[in-house]
Design a protein around this ligand. Structure first.
Ligand code: NAD
Ligand code: GLY
Length: 361
């Protein structure tokens, strides 16, 4: 097992990465303060992975399980409300630990529940998708979508620990694996050129699920993420680079009504647009922009927005992006592979031009 620390004042925590971790009671014990635990999972993951987790926690606490419906479309306040009803109805108190067992959707929902329930209860992340193991379970962003905008309601709330059991990836559909690779490519693009080159040469073995390659990719990603979060936990500045491709990606997800495309797929297409814009502005060499597109293509991820989505749709939806400050749009752009900047130094015409060419039939 490998442990990566996220060091934050008063709320540091470990990320455990390895195999056979779900049923390891010793891992849970130091992170459960009291005798009551609520495992939140979904209807797909519960039959696959709840048993070992519940058994392990049972040796240190009383465990209850709450199963939510599967899907991004349920990442909303209605689901939050169902969980609160259950928690209040079963007399969960301030020391009840909420355990998120699942992908990013379960993690974001459960984290927000933990942040709000009685003004905050302890929280553990057990990510079971590649995307959740490399990104969403780390760093404390929690929340839900609104029909008008992605992740519009939420809180920063750090977990007690993250337990990433890579064995869970064995049951993950290929499409979900690729969606996780999108966020892994992101880290290389924004701050780790050597990792990006490694990904270019190892993408085949990652797609073949070579365990060593996957473990390396997860560790490198968590290391990158924890360094960014340590520097800027609440996104006062540089943390925003983790949103490379996301402003465009979130617009795609909202336009599609949080159905059809996976988050990682939308981010992949978004990264290509962001790289294109960086090249158009002469910030990034065209060859480097091409390398990003080629790696995304080789991964089998989309490099263009969904059919029918137009530049005006992007521009309308992007107004709601959380990086907009005083009405000014800010985007994450690249100056080279491995170096991202937060910029509002582009004209409406330049943005529209790039969106027009990426949405052209
Ligand atoms: P997801 O949670 O919807 O999981 C994808 C699918 O895989 C679901 O159907 C799920 O039930 C299933 N699944 C999960 N684990 C499985 C397993 N081991 N075997 C088989 N099936 C499994 O999607 P995701 O890609 O994990 O997460 C996407 C979400 O994460 C989005 O809502 C996105 O906004 C959010 N996100 C949050 C952050 C953050 O910092 N909080 C970062 C990135 C993404
Ligand atoms: N996924 C973006 C962030 O954690 O900041």
């Amino acid at each position: 097992m490998k442990t990566i620390s996220v060091n934050l004042p008063g709320r540091s925590y470990p990320i455990y990465i390895g195999t056979e971790l779900l049923g390891n009671a010793k891992l849970f014990e130091p992170h459960i303060r009291n005798k009551k635990v609520l495992v939140v999972t979904n209807s797909t993951i519960e039959p696959l992975y709840a048993r070992p987790v519940v058994d392990a926690i049972s040796s240190v606490a009383d465990v209850d399980t709450f199963v939510i419906p599967d899907g991004e479309i349920h990442k909303n306040l209605d689901t939050i409300s169902l969980i609160f009803d259950h928690m209040i109805g079963t007399a969960c108190d301030r020391n009840t630990t909420v355990v998120a067992l699942g992908g990013g959707v379960v993690g974001d929902i459960s984290g927000f529940v933990a942040a709000c329930y009685q003004r905050g209860v302890p929280f553990i992340q057990i990510p079971t998708t590649l995307l959740a193991q490399v990104d969403s379970s780390v760093g404390g962003k929690t929340g839900v979508n609104h029909k008008l905008g992605k992740n519009m309601i939420g809180a920063f709330y750090q977990p007690q620990c993250v337990i990433a059991d890579t064995n869970t990836l064995n049951s993950l559909p290929d499409r979900e694996l690729k969606a996780g690779l999108a966020e892994i490519i992101k880290y290389g693009a924004i701050r780790d050129a050597a990792f990006f080159s490694w990904l270019e040469s190892e993408i085949g073995s990652l797609l073949d699920r070579n365990p060593e390659s996957l473990a390396h990719a997860i560790e490198r990603s968590c290391q990158n993420k924890s360094e960014v979060v340590e520097e800027d936990e609440r996104e006062a500045g540089m943390r925003a680079i983790l949103n490379f491709g996301h402003t465009f990606g979130h617009a795609i997800e909202t336009w599609l009504g949080y159905e059809t495309w996976l988050h990682g797929e939308a981010v992949a297409a978004g990264m290509v647009i962001a790289a294109d814009l960086s090249a158009k502005l002469d910030l990034l060499d065209q060859t480097e922009s091409n390398r990003i597109k080629q790696l995304i293509e080789k991964t089998g991820l989309p490099t263009r927005p969904p059919t029918g989505m137009k530049s005006k749709d992007f521009l309308e939806l992007m107004k709601l992006d959380k990086k907009v400050q005083s009405g000014k749009m800010r985007l994450i752009l690249l100056t080279k592979i491995g170096k991202a900047v937060i910029s509002s130094e582009f004209s409406h015409a330049e943005l529209e031009h790039v969106l027009n060419s990426s949405t052209a039939d």
